[in-house]
Write a protein that binds this ligand. Structure first.
Ligand code: 5GP
Length: 119
């Protein structure tokens, strides 16, 4: 069996973390090293290593990342003011954890492309 990713351990509760959203396809929790006032990771429950390996079967989970991003943005009261979604892919894309995840960054005006400096 493939080694569990750190995100699988968080989703399963092996690593304690406050899960802010969970359903049958995706889960969300705060990034351990926040780059903005709000920095949430929305991850597929299935440990797909990266966008480079997605298949058509993954479309329901990948679509769910967006609808859950909208829900979390509404909960944070930033759905109208705006926020940023980032998906890093592979080494050159700066992906550290090989388990598909979307970064949701919010809280005031964000800087240019890439991660803004933490305020
Ligand atoms: P990537 O660079 O792969 O797109 O982003 C990985 C993110 O996972 C980083 O922003 C990093 O801070 C976050 N991260 C790494 N390990 C942990 C962890 O154990 N718990 C949480 N909550 N976030 C983590």
């Amino acid at each position: 069996m493939a080694e569990e990713t750190i995100f699988t351990k968080i989703i399963n509760g092996t690593i304690p973390s406050k899960i802010i959203y969970h359903d049958e396809l995706v889960s969300a929790f705060a990034d351990i090293n926040p780059k903005a006032e709000h920095h949430i990771l929305i991850v597929t429950n299935k440990p797909i290593p990266s966008v480079a390996e997605v298949t058509k079967d993954d479309e329901p989970a990948l679509g769910r990342l967006f609808t859950v991003a909208r829900k979390i943005a509404e909960d944070l009261n930033v759905n109208e003011s705006g926020y940023r979604l980032i998906v890093n892919v592979g080494k050159d894309g700066g992906q550290e954890v090989p388990h598909i995840h979307m970064h949701l960054l919010a809280g005031g005006k964000l800087g240019g492309l890439g991660f803004p400096d933490k305020k």
